[in-house]
Design a protein around this ligand. Sequence first.
Ligand code: SAH
Length: 223
Amino acid sequence: MTIDFKKFSGTGMTSDSSRLRLISFLEGEGISNKKVLEVMRLIPRHIFVDEAISSKAYDNTALPIGKSQTISHPLIVAKMTEILMSSNPKRVLEIGTGSGYQAAILSLLVEKVYTIERIELLHNKSKNIFKKIGFKNIYTKFSDGNSGWTQKSPFDAIIVTAGAMDIPEALIEQLSEDNGLLLSPIENNGKQYLKSIIKTQNGFTEKIHGIVNFVPLLAGVTP
Ligand code: SAH
């Protein structure tokens, strides 16, 4: 897939140089996967937020995307993508499309990205952005991600970008048992931890990757 990202280069605070500054910041924070840094340099984050706040798109901050939801800050997107890519997945499921930014990053790194959003407005907005930019390997679904996407399973990796109390059983079931990797923020004692689970035929290996701060994983769908 080749996309001419130059068309989407902004000016001033959204220009290529702002994006380069962000990449230097990410490197300074320990992100070392060159492919992850390269796609974060390419993908125009400012296209995924409202124009009124696009000048903040290359700061390391979460930003509002409507309906009380946020686009995650770039460092956590980079960290989660780096962890996910350590398993070299081909088919990835994302729960919580939100702005679509994380799915866009993944789409340049893996073969197919499936992404589910429970808020119809955000589902539609992100779908339009994917079309406008020209991503051909992102498949979107308006639905409650707690049930996953059975018809497209198993997935090599699953990334949950909202904080869950427990990892939904359906997602564990839909993970490949050939070293499938699931990454999710999990609530415990009022704090959220980023947890990874690797699934094999012999069982699971779990790891905690630090404290995070995501909006909650909710149930059901809403306009
Ligand atoms: N990955 C997003 C950030 C998402 S914020 C990005 O790159 O912008 C978390 C998103 O998860 C919100 O849009 C929220 O509506 C969605 N969400 C919460 N619970 C969900 C569920 N059960 N199923 C699908 N999406 C959910």
